[in-house]
Design a binder for this molecule. Structure first.
Ligand code: SF4
Length: 238
């Protein structure tokens, strides 16, 4: 899970329901994708915030986050199920989003979700590039990437496997380790990414105490992998 809500911390989430058992992932027909085909210049936005990238290769860098609403993956342990629906969120233009991003000093924008590849993101990438941003994507790889991204972080999910094409495009493979059997699952995706793709193993937050020692031992034996921790959760930033 990329940076995001620590319920009750971020102002946008203070009034969000904590009971999310009734929320179901989107069902998206191939014919309906991308969801913003009629108007690629407009996107449903769950939240925007300025923080530090908490995970992976760019950990610690200041960045403007754009969290789009809508996810059709449906991970059972997802702690941001509020992002699964698209209704009830502001539709913002890509120019609005680029203006919001440009109000901060960093020139790194991270597009996340939900699952942002539900949308044609080419207009958003163009608007951010025009303002001098590098544009990064956080995705499960569930759909083709539409947009000119400078960096793609692929975090595959068991509930909807990533497309091979997205595996080949990824600059960074970040696998969340929930169980000891997940190491072989991680290796199955390491075989699908490019030789230059960076490889990260990250303990699932609620299982960090159990999984971190296993991950450290695994990386010591398989040093092509690196450790990713959710830094933002340790320092209590969004
Ligand atoms: S892909 Fe991300 S937002 Fe979607 S269900 Fe999984 S963890 Fe939640």
């Amino acid at each position: 899970m990329p940076n995001g809500p620590d319920r009750g911390f971020h102002p946008n989430f203070a009034e969000m329901p904590t009971d999310t058992a009734h929320i179901k992932p989107l069902k998206v027909a191939d014919t309906a994708w991308p969801l913003n085909a009629a108007d690629p210049g407009r996107l449903p936005v769950m939240e925007t915030f300025y923080s530090l990238q908490g995970e992976g290769f760019h950990q610690g860098r200041a960045a403007f986050f754009i969290r789009l609403a809508g996810c059709d993956v449906g991970c059972v342990w997802c702690d941001v199920k509020e992002s699964w629906a698209t209704e009830g969120y502001l539709q913002k233009t890509v120019q609005q989003l680029a203006d919001e991003a440009a109000a901060h000093p960093a020139r790194l924008a991270i597009v996340t979700g939900g699952e942002p590849t539900l949308y044609d993101l080419s207009a958003l990438c163009d608007a951010l590039h025009q303002r001098g941003f590098r544009v990064h994507l956080e995705t499960s790889g569930a759909h083709e990437v539409i947009g000119d991204f400078d960096w793609i972080c692929l975090s595959p999910k068991k509930f909807k496997p990533p497309l091979e094409s997205v595996c080949r495009q990824a600059h960074e493979l970040k696998v969340v380790i929930y169980h000891r059997s997940d190491f072989s699952w991680a290796e199955s995706y390491a075989r699908q990414v490019s030789d230059s793709c960076r490889l990260y193993l990250q303990p699932e937050w609620s299982r960090c105490a159990q999984m971190a020692p296993l991950i450290i031992a695994y990386i010591q034996q398989h040093p092509q992998w690196e450790l990713s921790l959710q830094l933002h959760k340790y320092v209590h930033i969004p």
